[in-house]
Ligand binder design. Structure first.
Ligand SMILES: Cc1cc2nc3c(=O)[nH]c(=O)nc-3n(C[C@H](O)[C@H](O)[C@H](O)COP(=O)(O)O)c2cc1C
Length: 219
């Protein structure tokens, strides 16, 4: 597609949304329970990667960036993912321990926006998760200096070979200290449901004094 074609396509493409209301009567009173209802529907709809979410962080200079990570757990109402503790996201989080998650299930015309503070999970939680990963993924975690410059693909393969050799006689590969989980502790969760004529439903939960307050926003 040429840039001109893309421009024409973007200017002409329009679609309306189905009419599947989200309202104050039907929504759960707790946003985690509501997330569970929608997640089950996403799984039942056989969406690819319903546990994928866009994580946004802001670095020490106030510059935002986003990337996809997999949600791997929900612990005490906090959303957990795993990553490299020396990665760019980890550096951002160290300087600015606030982040946002965005989940978009296009087939269901739904978006969930989650905001809150973020911190490492307890080491034993990361240990337990790491333990359950396939051996190749464990070696991958050891081999990758995530977000650092890489000279070429061969340099990565060499690191993988090195750690494959190091751990060749054991299935008991320890978790690297530089790899583990983060939990985002939400203080705001918005459920967005597409509706016809762009008159979408937006139900937002805001945490105040340890209680979730439900509000509706303009679309
Ligand atoms: C579908 C999908 C799932 C991903 N899941 C993870 C994940 O769970 N953890 C992770 O560290 N990176 C994951 N990534 C890679 C990240 O998007 C990103 O490239 C990487 O974490 C480095 O980000 P950073 O340099 O901003 O730290 C995933 C990417 C995609 C497309």
């Amino acid at each position: 597609m040429s840039l001109e074609d893309i421009k024409n396509y973007l200017n002409s493409i329009r679609r309306d949304f189905a009419d599947r209301p989200l309202n104050e009567d039907s929504v759960k009173k707790n946003p985690i329970d509501q997330y569970a209802v929608w997640f089950e529907e996403a799984v039942d709809s056989q969406l690819l990667d319903p546990y994928a979410m866009c994580l946004s962080t802001v670095n020490k200079n106030g510059k935002p960036t986003s990337r996809i990570v997999y949600m791997r757990d929900i612990i005490n109402d906090a959303f957990v993912f795993y990553t490299n503790y020396n990665s760019q996201k980890a550096g951002d989080i160290q300087h600015n321990p606030f982040a946002a998650l965005n989940i978009h299930w296009s087939e269901l015309e739904r978006q969930i926006r989650i905001e809150g503070s973020i911190e490492k999970v307890k080491p034993e939680i990361s240990d337990a998760y790491f333990e359950g990963r396939p051996k190749e993924s464990k070696i991958g975690a050891w081999a990758s200096k995530q977000s650092d410059l890489l000279e070429n693909r061969d340099a990565l393969s060499a690191k993988v070979e090195l750690f494959t050799d190091k751990f060749k006689n054991t299935d008991d590969i320890p978790r690297p200290e530089f790899w583990g989980g983060y939990q985002l502790i939400p203080n705001r969760i918005e459920f967005w449901q597409g509706r016809p004529s762009r008159l979408h439903d937006r139900i937002v939960f805001v945490k105040e004094d340890d209680k979730w307050i439900l509000q509706r926003l303009n679309p």
